[in-house]
Every structure is written in C-alpha cells, then in structure tokens.
Design a protein around this ligand. Structure first.
Ligand SMILES: Cc1cc2nc3c(=O)[nH]c(=O)nc-3n(C[C@H](O)[C@H](O)[C@H](O)COP(=O)(O)OP(=O)(O)OC[C@H]3O[C@@H](n4cnc5c(N)ncnc54)[C@H](O)[C@@H]3O)c2cc1C
Ligand SMILES: NC(=O)c1ccc[n+]([C@@H]2O[C@H](COP(=O)([O-])OP(=O)(O)OC[C@H]3O[C@@H](n4cnc5c(N)ncnc54)[C@H](O)[C@@H]3O)[C@@H](O)[C@H]2O)c1
Length: 470
C-alpha cells in the first residue's frame, strides 16, 4: 500500500504557535490587518485562562464568596439557612464558561477574522520554518515569511514527590471540572492557585489542608498580606501548614495517604497539586534555532522580540507566561499588542513592566502592583512604607464582618513616588486600580496627598496609608 502524500506545505506571513489569550488576540489582529496568518494550538483556542484558569476559577470564587457573605448574615441581618451545592458551580463552568471544554466558537471567531486555524502541535525547525503535527499524525510544513509568534504558555508542574506520579491527583485542569466536592482535600502549594482553590472547596464543605513548603502563603506578595490571609483561612477552619513539605504519596481505595517531612500523616479523598507551572518551552523546537529548550523563560526585549536572536532581522516574538514578566492574562494581552505592532511595523510604546498588577481572588482579595518593600530595598532604593488596616477605616467599621484588610504603600523616597502597593481586603483588586495608576504614571506622593477620597469608601484608606509613609 502506498503512503498517503504529505500535506501541502503552507506559506504564510505569520505563524502563531500557541493560542493563549495573547496569541489568539495577536493572530486575530494580524489577520484583520491583512496578513496571511496561521494560528496553531495543540489543545483549545484561548489557552488556560478561559478553560482551566481565570474564568472557571473565578466562577468558583464568586460562588464561594456568596456562601461567605451568607454566613455573615447572622451577624448583620437575621437568620439564613445556607446549604451549599456544587451543582450550580459545575453547571455554570461547563455550560457558560467553557461550553463543555469546546473551542468551536473561538476557532470560528479567529477564522472570521481571516486566520487559518489548525489544531496540532507546532515546533520551530529553523528560521521562519515550522512543522505542525496534526492529530492524525501527519506533519504540515510551514514557512512564515514575516516570522513566528510564540505563546505556548505553561502546564501544571508535578513536583518530584515520592509516589505522586501515577496517583489520580488533581491539578487545576481537574479541579475546575469537579462535579462534586471531596470530603477532605489536601492542597499542595500556597500560591495563587492553591489559596483560591483551597478557600473555595472549604466554603463548599471540604476539610482542607494547605501544605506549603515556603515559609508563607503567597510568597510573591508582602508578608503582611500573607499573614492576614493565613489568619483568615485558619479562622474559616482550614489547616495551613507552612515550612513543611510532602515526602511521600500513596493512593488506594479512593484515599490519598500523605506523609510530610516531619512524619505527620494526612489522609484525604483528593489531593490538588498547585505547586507551580512548567513552561511549554521544551516542546517548541527552540533547539532548532539555537535557543535553550530547558530554559524557564524566553527573554524578550521591549518589543517582545526574542533577545537572543539579535535585532538585525527580527522574525521571532514571544509573549505570555513564558516571558517571565508575570503569569497573568493581562500581561499576555499587553504583550500581544506590543508584539503585533512590531510585526506590523506600526508605532507602539515599548513594553514596560514597572507597574504590573496582580490580584489573587481569595476573600479578602490580595492585590499588588510594582515592587514589594523587600524588592525595592534589594534594588537599592531608599524606601519609605506606609500601612493601614482596612477594618479600622470608617468603611471597615460599618462593613463589619469580612472587612479585614491591609493597605501597604512602598515609596521611593528619593523620587517621592510610589513604586509598589498592596491592597488586601473586600474589593482589594478594585482598590488596587487607583494604586496601579499611581505606580504606573509615577504620580508624585505629594499629588496623591492633595486628592479628595470619597467618604466612606475602602479606597479612602489610601489617604491614611499615605499619611503613614515614614
Ligand atoms: C487556576 C488558574 C487561575 C488563574 N487565574 C488568573 C486570574 O484570575 N487572572 C490572571 O490574570 N491570570 C490568571 N491565571 C493565569 C492565566 O491563565 C495565564 O497567565 C494566561 O492563560 C496567559 O497565559 P499564556 O498567554 O502564556 O498562554 P496559555 O493560556 O497557557 O496558552 C498557551 C496555549 O499554547 C498551546 N501550546 C503550547 N505548546 C504548543 C505547541 N507546541 N503547539 C501548539 N500549541 C501549543 C497550549 O495548548 C495553550 O492553549 C490563572 C491560571 C490558573 C492555572
Ligand atoms: N488570580 C490570579 O491572577 C491567578 C490565580 C491563579 C494563578 N495565577 C498565575 O498562575 C501562576 C501559577 O500559580 P501557582 O499557584 O500554581 O504557582 P506558584 O508558583 O505561584 O505557587 C506555587 C507554590 O507552591 C509551593 N510549592 C512548590 N512545590 C511545592 C512542594 N513540593 N510542596 C509544597 N509546596 C510547594 C511554592 O512554594 C509556591 O508558593 C501564578 O504565578 C500566577 O501568576 C494567577
């Protein structure tokens, strides 16, 4: 029997490898601008955020917040009976967020913009040369005349814990598909994924233990934020074990048996591994263009060109989590616009990362922007900080239960501008907007002090924190 002929090689202007939020937007923008675009994703067009990340997890958080507020009714407004049910959460995620983890609509949207879309695994095989392995195993050769935009994102990391591999543990890709709440859940990792998911499942009735091998939860945030969050979670009945690591895992008869480094033994029906991410840089053929496929990040310049390839004849751009400028959808989208402008040789402000905001959507929300105090000091700045507790503001007083929070400002005293800020509290991510503007635009602290802050809002506490700068 003769082998079927190899598929026709494709020749396009731009090939986008990986269609996370930024890759999808860049492919769409380039096609709309008239470029011949090939957009390739190995899984779902849109990437982690809409199917396994931000959107489904925030639907879970929204539901858990509703439960949290319902429990505060007793103190504030009478009696209410709260009987949590996971069914509306699972249904909303399946039907409204992910359409059953189906990207047909996203594919069509990209095609309508004029792009050719392929589901397949793409890798570089040379300068401006790509190969796409299609689901049927056939390989499509692609020439990209203008170049290639990489947006391959990350996958959940599996830490090298004895016995873990091969057990039916969850990652975020499983927990967002959960159809029931496990009676007991151990969460490995106290980063943003771990703490958001831990609080959600606890509020839905799971007995949750977080095992974090670092000294505190959310180690990328200010210690004040970590302490407050841990305190709130413990107050809600979660166990938070910091400075501890998981040594051994076994699974039998639907039960995980976990042994920690100090010999403590835990049992749980489910284990969620939220111990960081592995960049998908090992699978895109970096070695074929002289780059290191084992690197954790791909360094890019302020136009998102891959730095190591030089500036003479740019043909390779990278955006998103793999660039190491913050693993957030808003960074992926921001870089998408920067890279697209460069691909189209259009004017654009160069990328700057001095005011990247982030919000962890626990209750209270933990928002941060720019530098932490420690990072500012390490950077040699002469630092002044100001803090205030949200519950001691007028709004916090009237709010009552659920008002705990802290604002922390980090000032570069020499320049008299904020270089970082943290907002923990109800709507912490919204309060952060004002502070992100101040850090981004380098608004003088003297100007911030002349502002009128509406009474009695939570953001009015910024005035108190400014007064505390010392
Ligand atoms: C549980 C969770 C909650 C989150 N919540 C938030 C949040 O609230 N706010 C926020 O800003 N961020 C959040 N994030 C982070 C956010 O999801 C990512 O920063 C965002 O998806 C941007 O990632 P990316 O653009 O690098 O690519 P990804 O979204 O990771 O997409 C990369 C795509 O590339 C494809 N791909 C990889 N290799 C290849 C290849 N060789 N060939 C073809 N295709 C390939 C993958 O299939 C994937 O579709 C969350 C993440 C998780 C896990
Ligand atoms: N709201 C948001 O914006 C949001 C929400 C979720 C995720 N994200 C993004 O996704 C990225 C990934 O989040 P993540 O929480 O999975 O990763 P992470 O790297 O931020 O946190 C993982 C945590 O797990 C701990 N850890 C690692 N190995 C461990 C082990 N063996 N035992 C115990 N603890 C261990 C680490 O100390 C770390 O604090 C984040 O960097 C963030 O940018 C954002």
């Amino acid at each position: 029997m003769s082998a079927s002929p190899a598929p026709e090689p494709l020749s396009v202007d731009l090939c986008v490898i990986g269609l996370g939020p930024g890759g999808e937007a860049a492919a769409s923008g380039a096609a709309t601008a008239g470029l011949d675009v090939l957009a390739v994703d190995a899984h779902l067009v849109g990437g982690e955020c809409p199917y396994y990340g931000c959107i489904p997890s925030k639907m879970m958080v929204r539901a858990a917040d509703a439960l949290g507020e319902a429990h505060r009714v007793g103190t504030l407004a009478g009696d209410v009976e709260v009987v949590p049910s996971w069914t509306p959460v699972a249904t909303r995620i399946r039907d409204e967020a992910t359409t059953g983890w189906d990207d047909t609509i996203a594919v069509r949207r990209l095609q309508d913009a004029g792009a050719t879309v392929l589901h397949g695994t793409a890798r570089l095989v040379g300068e401006r040369a790509v190969e796409v392995t299609l689901p049927d195993g056939s390989v499509r050769a692609v020439t990209a005349r203008r170049g290639v935009l990489l947006n391959p994102g990350t996958r959940p990391a599996t830490p090298p814990v004895d016995g873990l591999a091969g057990t039916p543990f969850w990652t975020n890709r499983d927990s967002v598909r959960a159809t029931a709440v496990p009676p007991r859940l151990v969460v490995l990792g106290g980063g943003p994924v771990g703490v958001e998911q831990a609080q959600v499942f606890a509020r839905f009735g799971a007995r949750v233990t977080i095992v974090q091998h670092g000294e505190r939860l959310l180690p990328g945030d200010e210690p004040e934020a970590s302490r407050l969050l841990e305190d709130v979670l413990v107050g809600e009945g979660l166990r938070v074990l910091t400075g501890r690591s998981l040594e051994h895992v076994a699974h039998a008869d639907g039960l995980f048996s976990l042994t920690l480094d100090d010999g403590e033994h835990l049992e749980a029906e489910q284990l969620l591994v939220a111990a960081g991410r592995t960049p998908n840089l090992d699978r895109v053929g970096l070695e074929r263009v002289g780059l290191d496929p084992s690197s954790r990040t791909l360094e890019v310049d302020d136009r998102c060109r891959v730095t190591a390839l030089g500036d003479a004849d740019p043909w390779l751009w990278a955006i998103g989590d793999v660039t190491g400028h913050g693993a957030f959808t808003h960074v992926s989208m921001y870089q998408s616009a920067v890279a697209l402008a460069d691909v189209l040789s259009a004017d654009h402000e160069p990328a700057r990362y001095h005011a990247v905001p982030h919000v962890t959507f626990t209750d209270p929300e933990v928002g941060g922007v720019g530098l932490t105090e420690a990072a500012a000091r390490e950077g040699g700045l002469s630092v002044r900080t100001g803090t205030t507790a949200l519950e001691s503001s007028s709004r916090g007083f009237t709010h009552g239960p659920g008002a705990r929070g802290v604002l922390k400002l980090v000032e570069d005293a020499e320049r008299g501008v904020l270089v970082g800020a943290t907002a923990v509290g109800p709507g912490g991510g919204e309060i952060l907007g004002l502070l992100a503007l101040a850090v981004h635009a380098e608004v003088p602290v003297a100007t911030l002090r002349t502002m009128i802050y509406a009474y009695p809002t939570f953001h009015r506490a910024v005035e108190t924190a400014l007064a505390d700068l010392s």
